[in-house]
Ligand binder design. Structure first.
Ligand code: E4P
Length: 217
């Protein structure tokens, strides 16, 4: 499973990247706003840091402008994936840009039918939003499972990029179901290491190391 980091914060990306935890990055207009940076500048810095796909989202809602924005974003670096919303115009932009050989991430996916349309438009990645479905008392994991089934039934190569991940359980469930990629905020990726028995076990070992004065170096 690939790990993408869902942030535009350079330091956070660099920290996880140094541990080999970053296969790519996703950004969106809200994350760019939060960073307080210019979209082109910050996206270039991310692309310089990370080898894998870096999703940068268009701002337009009509296909022609989305395509023009996508082409400008693609000039930033070779690892840009243009992110477009799951609308007919977004799918038109997706088809044009993927036909030209570029990576496209179709975002704001909330149903398996939408994911089917994105795959047929040639999407490189489909981004189903788990957390936002959970927020309205639906089950985001059901969506990941449905898309996995539909894509496997027909051999679609579009990668399932499980998004809007809010906790470590979302990561685990996505991995169980077979999502190709998860994108999660740095804090969620970091929280995956937590286990009280690890802390308790280490405390006990440290106490014994001290009591027996065990030394290696
Ligand atoms: C994915 O590409 C999105 O940027 C992101 O996962 C959205 O997450 P949110 O619902 O927590 O804002």
């Amino acid at each position: 499973m690939k790990f993408f980091v869902d942030t535009a914060e350079i330091d956070a990306i660099a920290e996880l990247n140094a541990l080999g935890m970053v296969d790519g990055v996703t950004t969106n207009p809200s994350l760019i706003k939060k960073s307080g940076r210019d979209i082109i500048e910050v996206t270039k810095e991310i692309c310089d840091l990370v080898d894998g796909p870096v999703s940068a989202e268009v701002t337009a809602t009509d296909a022609d402008t989305m395509i023009a924005e996508g082409r400008k974003l693609l000039e930033i670096a070779e690892n840009i994936a243009v992110k477009v919303p799951l609308t007919w115009d977004g799918l038109k932009a997706c088809k044009t840009l993927t036909d030209d050989g570029h990576m496209v991430n179709v975002t704001l996916c909330f149903s398996a039918n939408q994911a089917l349309l994105a795959a047929k438009a040639g999407a490189t990645f489909i981004s189903p939003f788990i957390g936002r479905l959970d927020d309205i008392n639906l089950d985001g994991m059901d969506l990941i499972e449905d898309i996995r089934t539909v894509y496997d039934n027909y051999g679609f190569e579009t990668e399932i990029l499980a998004a809007s991940i809010r906790n470590a359980n979302h990561v685990l469930e996505s991995a169980r179901i077979g999502a190709d990629v998860i994108t999660a905020p740095p804090a969620v990726i970091k929280s995956m290491i937590n286990h009280p028995l690890t802390d308790k076990g280490l405390d006990a070992f440290l106490a014994d190391i001290k009591a027996a004065n065990i030394k290696i170096l």
